[in-house]
Design a protein around this ligand. Structure first.
Ligand SMILES: CC(C)(COP(=O)(O)OP(=O)(O)OC[C@H]1O[C@@H](n2cnc3c(N)ncnc32)[C@H](O)[C@@H]1OP(=O)(O)O)[C@@H](O)C(=O)NCCC(=O)NCCS
Length: 158
């Protein structure tokens, strides 16, 4: 099984918005619905949406980007110009627990590392999200001690 990232385009956006985490994860609000993330990527052009693919099947979604120096709304209180941030990351409920999240995060990190000047990646997750905490720790992220909108911020220097 090969895990890759593919840009969300006219060919796969409908499959992308059909993806959802478990009902419990939705109820707690671990991640926004993918249609909201695609709308946000339209309005805030620095965010890049990708499908996480297991071979030819879309199994998840990631939205990340590099904070620009200008044009960021004040509601993004933790924005750090030049730093990459993973704003959304999810694996569809049907495909969780198979290592796709871990492999998808590895692809995200590789892809960001390949960008000239990339030097740090941040992410945040709900304090009760033990699976995401484990996934991030395994990928090398370390908690910064800061809370972002009541979520634990973690950072990876690259
Ligand atoms: C967090 C999420 C992306 C993980 O994806 P996944 O494909 O299920 O994760 P993986 O199978 O790669 O497992 C990642 C790690 O968590 C562990 N894990 C997975 N499911 C688990 C579970 N139900 N209970 C405990 N540990 C679990 C795995 O063993 C693995 O740890 P390891 O690398 O030390 O072996 C997925 O649960 C999800 O989409 N959740 C809802 C959205 C969300 O919370 N996003 C994060 C917002 S920032």
């Amino acid at each position: 099984m090969t895990i890759t990232l593919r840009p969300i385009t006219g060919d796969n956006w409908i499959e992308c918005i059909a993806l959802a985490p478990t009902e419990e994860q939705q109820r707690i609000g671990f991640v926004s619905p993918n249609q909201l993330s695609l709308a946000q990527a339209y309005a805030e052009r620095w965010w890049q949406p990708y499908g996480i693919y297991a071979d030819e099947t879309i199994v998840g979604f990631v939205l990340y980007g590099r904070w620009p120096a200008t044009g960021v709304s004040p509601h993004h209180t933790a924005a750090e110009p030049g730093v990459h941030h993973v704003l959304r990351f999810m694996i569809d409920a049907r495909y969780q627990g198979r290592g796709y999240g871990r492999a998808g995060m590895e692809r995200v990190i590789e892809q960001i590392k390949a960008e000239p000047g990339a030097h740090a990646i941040t992410i945040s997750y709900d304090p009760s999200n033990t699976v995401m905490a484990r996934l991030c720790a395994g990928a090398g992220f370390e908690p910064t001690g800061r809370l972002i909108d009541d979520e634990i911020e973690a950072r990876l220097s690259i």
